[in-house]
Design a protein. Structure first.
Length: 77
């Protein structure tokens, strides 16, 4: 008995609708799902750049070349 894989049952369709869009991303396509957890960013007012920091050690990891903040990295206050 061959079934069409494109046809979903009603129950499977309802469960798929409850999954947030951020978690529906395909695996292995190098896309971030959610925020980066081990890093934060802080604004440096002297040169108007954003600097990324490691949450555990507090080391500075990276600095943006432009004045826009990093995407997906939480901000420190």
């Amino acid at each position: 008995m061959a079934t069409n894989p494109l046809v979903l049952s009603r129950r499977a369709f309802r469960v798929a609708d409850r999954i947030p869009l951020s978690l529906k991303a395909r695996r292995g396509d190098n896309q971030r799902v959610g925020a980066v957890r081990d890093r934060s960013q802080v604004h440096n007012p002297h040169n108007d750049r954003w600097v990324k920091r490691d949450r555990d050690s507090g080391r500075f990891l990276d600095q943006k070349a432009d004045t826009k903040p990093f995407k997906g990295v939480r901000r420190e206050k």
